[in-house]
Design a protein around this ligand. Sequence first.
Ligand code: FAD
Length: 519
Amino acid sequence: MVKEIQVRVPLKQEKKEGILKFKAAEHLKISSSEISSVKILRKSIDARKSVIIFNYKLAVYINEAAPERSDYVFDYKDVSKAKAIHIIGFGPAGMYAALRCIELGYKPIVLERGKNVKDRRRDLRAINQFHHVNEDSNYCFGEGGAGTYSDGKLYTRSLKRGDVRRIFENLVFHGATEQILIDAHPHIGTNKLPKVVQNIRETILKYGGEIHFESRVTNFVIDNNKLKAIQLQNETEMAVEAVILATGHSARDIYYLLHRKNIALEAKSFAMGVRVEHPQQIIDSIQYHCKSERDALLPAASYSLVHQVNDRGVYSFCMCPGGFIVPAATANGEVVVNGMSPSKRNNPYANSGIVVEINVHKDIPKYDHFGVLKGLEYQKDLERLAFNAGGRSQVAPAQRLTDFVEGKLSNSLNDTSYQPGLKSAPLHSLLPKIIGGRLRKGFAAFGEKMKGYYTAEANIVGVESRTSSPVNIPRKDNLEHPEVLGLFPCGEGGGYAGGIVSAAMDGERCAEAAIKTLE
Ligand SMILES: Cc1cc2nc3c(=O)[nH]c(=O)nc-3n(C[C@H](O)[C@H](O)[C@H](O)COP(=O)(O)OP(=O)(O)OC[C@H]3O[C@@H](n4cnc5c(N)ncnc54)[C@H](O)[C@@H]3O)c2cc1C
């Protein structure tokens, strides 16, 4: 017999061996000798009160062995001679579109502008050390897309958009730790993601799919409203029947291309702001109510904050406990920051984007003349502003948090995890008021909600500008573009995802939709 139960284990008891079996027997009022095994289905931490509790959802096997295998099977077929589907971009959306094609008996042909994970590393070093951005291979572009050198947080709110568990099981199938199937807020970590991505590549190649790196798509050949061919940067032209466009939200050249070709796009609201970095110990002490180091059983603490300022949300985004701030620009002449963390989250800093909602229809009237690309142009201008304020390299403009809120230039900055370095800049006056003004009020309110958060020991770093796409590529109910037959806008670049898991799920859906039109 199997019984699913919930138990609460205080931090002190968590250390005791066999505690889960003991708690399960107590809960079910049976002898622990009747319990064959206990499987953790879900684990979360409740640190709201001074006694920290681990909440467990357990499957308790009573006089019965637990099954060894997962219910999920991935039935990949040899597709080397099957009908082709072209996929542009090999981020989470493109990777999962390709895997789904193989499961359904179609051959994915992937075109990716960047390099494979190994070669990509050299380009990341060039950004951090020499401040040179390879515009095809960086923190956003290359094998695995923006998801590879990221935190690998897998939390998603898009539960209705697909089978989240299927994506998690597939990540485990490709080498991610099984812990992601259990944790309430799972993450993989930037040190482990490249191997998972590489394993996904190997599956695709093993079953007859094709992946072409350093193959940037530069043009679409459209005839009679039907996408007929795609052209690459080296003038190669490929005839196509169905194309999944999974180029991510940083592929501005794709938006410009579609716009030039008069293919419908829509301006989309998005969010921008800064990244804030605290010593991790401060966040731990606030969240875990401890004066010194956190207990060894507790992970680096995170937070999630939101506050309304003048009708717009100011909120934390992509919080990276025990992580690093990274330079995520995709072109020279811009500074963009983002965050990532290793699987152990053991870096001494906690960073998070703190961003302000931008209503693209109301907030930036000066950009109206750019039409549907107004959000994109605004985003670009802010990134250029950060580049200039940082001293025209990948050094990022920064300020002590308290100086930013109080409107003072910082005479000195705190140490940082951001490798290219920081330069003190008056971000309080440089940022547009609709962002800077709201951020300052937002930070002050966060300091009330989390005592100790508002501190001179934190830096803010500019700018966090790539939270989501400023452009939406429309699609019909069958996920095809309304004006271009055979084109399936997909993932974050289309405006249909906001992270790794939602992009992967959208990739699967687009593959299924594209296949339907070929059957
Ligand atoms: C530093 C960082 C940390 C992040 N941390 C997290 C996190 O912890 N959790 C989370 O859920 N999300 C995180 N994100 C966001 C997440 O990575 C994205 O939401 C996700 O990768 C979007 O997937 P995608 O496949 O739609 O697009 P992308 O991942 O952006 O992939 C698009 C791919 O298309 C390629 N491409 C672009 N243009 C062309 C072209 N013309 N021709 C050929 N190829 C092209 C690009 O090179 C890229 O590889 C992070 C992002 C960054 C940058």
